[in-house]
Design a protein around this ligand. Structure first.
Ligand code: NAD
Length: 465
C-alpha cells in the first residue's frame, strides 16, 4: 500500500513522474489498496487532476489524453472521497521509550517524527532540484486573501487544532515545526485570530525549515477532514478558579466541537486539552460517538513533564533522565506513584529523601495554579501546547510509544467506564492498549479514588445539562 500526498498530485499535474507511479498528464494512477490523503484529494480538485484507481500502475507516464485503463475506477473528489492515510491494523509493536522517559526497547523515542529525508509514502515529488510551485499562487500575490495555504512537500495527513488561543498556538507551532504533516489547520471562532496566527506560523517556515502547510479558519467544517484533531477550544481558568469551575462553559463548547468533528472527520483521533480535562475528554467521547480508542485527553504528559522538571531542580539529574508517571485526574486527584519513579534507572526513593520527593509531587499537583497565579490572566500554555503536540506526533510516528493519557478505563487497575489518566500505548489510530504498572496498594487506591471523583463530577455535569 502506498500513501499518496499532495506532492504526488502536483507532480501529476506538472507531468513529472512520481515515485513508483504513473504521474502526469492530469492523472494520478494509484493502486486499489493505496491511500490518497485528504489534502491530496483537495489538491487534485484544485489542479483538475484525476485520481485513477486501478489494479496496477502503468510503468510509463501516460499521455495527457490517455483514457483510464479498462476496469479502472475514477475516485470522485469531494468530502465523501476522504481517505485515511495508512492507519495500521498491525499488532502492537514492541514498547518504545515512553513519554515519561521510561525505557522499553530500542525503538525510536516517542513523539519524535521520522527524520528529514526518510523515505515516506507520498514523498514522490519531493525530488531535490524539482522546482516548487505555490499551491494557488495566493501566498505570492500582494494583498491576497488570508489565511493562505503553504504547500507541504511530500507530507501526509492533516491536523486540526481547534482553539487558536495560547495552547493551540504552541501546539500548532510544534506540529508545523515537526514537518511531518501535509497541513496544520488552526480553527477558532475568532477567525481573524486563527488566520493571523496561521500566517505568523507560516512566516517561520524558512526559520524553522518546514514545508507543512498552515491555514487558519473559523469553523471545523472549513478545516476539512483531518486525521488528528486537538481540541483546545474553551475558557482557561483565571486566578482563584479551579479547573472544575470551567465545566459548564467548556462542556457546551467541547460538545459542539466534538459533534462537528465527528461529521467532518469521522476517522479522526481526538486529543482533548480543554479543562476540566478528564471530564471534557469523556464528554467529547460521548458527543463524538467515536470509539474510545480514538478519543484521549492530554494531561499526564504535561503533569509528568512538570514532575520531571521540578525533581531535576533538586539536583538529582537532568529532567529527561527522570522517569515517572502522572496518572489519575488532572487536578487534586493527580497520582504520581513514587514506586515507579526513577532517575537514570535508579529508584528516586534511593536518591532523594521522602520529604523532598513529596514536595515535588505536591508542587507538580499545584503547578497549573502556580502559573495561573503568576500570569494573573490565563493559564499555562507552553508546556501544555508541546505536550499535546507530542502526543499527536507519537501517534503519527506509530512507534507504539507509551505515555500517560486520559482514556476510558477498561477494567485495568480495577477501574471501568470512566475517563482517567492511565499509561497507554499509542498508535497511528489512537490508543492501542492500556499498560498496567505494578503499583503499590496505596497507589492503586489513590488511582481508583481519582476515578471515583471524576465519575462524580460527570454525574453532576449530566444532572446539570
Ligand atoms: P485561550 O483563551 O488562550 O484560547 C482558547 C481559544 O478557544 C480562544 O481563542 C477562543 O476564541 C477559542 N474558542 C472558544 N470557543 C470556541 C469554539 N467553539 N470553536 C473554536 N474555538 C473556540 O485558552 P488557552 O490558554 O489556550 O487554554 C485552552 C483550554 O485548554 C482551556 O480550557 C485550558 O484550561 C485548557 N488547558 C488544559 C491543559 C491540560 O493539561 N489539559 C493545560 C493548559 C490549558
Amino acid at each position: 500500500m502506498t500513501v499518496w500526498g499532495a506532492a504526488a498530485v502536483e507532480a501529476a499535474a506538472g507531468g513529472a513522474a512520481g515515485r513508483g507511479a504513473a504521474a502526469g498528464g492530469g492523472r494520478l494512477h494509484v493502486g486499489p489498496r493505496d491511500v490518497v490523503t485528504p489534502l491530496a484529494r483537495e489538491r487534485a480538485r484544485d489542479l483538475g487532476v484525476e485520481i485513477v484507481v486501478g489494479s496496477a500502475v502503468p510503468a510509463a507516464t501516460p499521455s495527457p489524453t490517455a483514457a483510464p485503463r479498462p476496469g479502472a475506477a475514477v475516485a470522485r473528489q469531494g468530502p465523501a472521497g476522504r481517505a485515511r492515510p495508512g492507519y495500521s491494523t498491525a499488532a502492537p509493536g514492541p514498547p518504545a521509550r515512553d513519554g515519561a522517559g521510561r525505557s522499553g526497547t530500542s525503538a525510536p523515542a516517542p513523539g519524535l517524527p521520522p527524520r528529514a529525508g526518510t523515505s515516506r509514502p507520498g514523498a514522490a515529488a519531493a525530488t531535490p532540484g524539482r522546482s516548487l510551485r505555490p499551491p494557488s499562487g495566493a501566498l505570492y500575490r500582494r494583498g491576497a486573501p488570508l489565511p493562505t495555504f503553504v504547500r507541504g512537500g511530500g507530507r501526509t495527513g492533516r491536523v486540526a487544532v481547534v482553539g487558536a488561543g495560547n495552547v493551540g498556538t504552541i501546539a500548532g507551532l510544534r506540529l508545523v515545526e515537526a514537518d511531518v504533516f501535509d497541513e496544520v489547520v488552526l480553527v477558532d471562532v475568532d477567525e481573524g485570530r486563527a488566520a493571523g496566527i496561521a500566517l505568523d506560523l507560516a512566516h517561520t517556515a524558512a526559520l524553522a525549515g518546514f514545508t507543512t502547510g498552515v491555514r487558519g479558519v473559523g469553523t471545523v467544517e472549513a478545516a476539512g477532514p483531518a486525521d488528528y484533531v486537538v481540541i483546545t477550544a474553551g475558557r482557561p481558568r483565571q486566578p482563584g478558579m479551579s479547573r472544575n469551575d470551567l465545566i459548564g462553559t467548556n462542556a457546551a463548547i467541547v460538545g459542539d466541537v466534538a459533534e462537528r468533528v465527528a461529521a467532518t472527520s469521522p476517522h479522526a483521533v481526538l486529543v482533548v486539552v480543554t479543562n476540566p480535562l478528564d471530564e471534557m475528554t469523556q464528554h467529547a467521547w460521548v458527543r463524538s460517538g467515536f470509539p474510545a480508542s480514538r478519543v484521549l485527553g492530554m494531561a499526564g504528559v504535561l503533569d509528568t513533564a512538570r514532575f520531571q522538571s521540578l525533581t531535576a531542580l533538586t539536583g538529582v539529574g537532568r529532567a529527561d533522565a527522570i522517569s515517572a508517571w502522572a496518572l489519575g485526574s488532572h487536578g487534586e486527584e493527580m497520582v504520581i506513584p513514587l514506586s515507579q519513579a526513577a532517575v537514570d534507572g535508579r529508584p528516586l526513593g534511593d536518591v532523594l529523601p521522602d520529604d523532598r520527593l513529596r514536595a515535588a509531587v505536591d508542587r507538580t499537583r499545584g503547578s497549573g495554579a502556580e502559573v495561573v497565579g503568576l500570569l494573573a490572566k490565563g493559564s499555562a500554555f507552553l508546556a501544555p501546547g508541546l505536550s499535546a503536540a507530542r502526543m499527536v506526533l507519537a501517534m503519527a510516528a506509530d512507534t507504539g510509544a507509551v505515555m500517560p493519557a486520559a482514556v476510558l478505563a477498561d477494567g485495568a487497575y480495577g477501574i471501568s467506564d470512566v475517563y482517567v489518566g492511565l499509561p497507554v500505548r499509542l498508535g497511528r489510530s489512537g490508543v492501542r492498549e492500556i499498560v498496567v504498572l505494578d503499583l503499590l496498594p496505596d497507589e492503586l487506591a489513590a488511582l481508583r479514588a481519582a476515578a471515583d471523583r471524576i465519575r462524580e463530577r460527570l454525574g453532576q455535569l449530566a444532572a446539570a445539562s
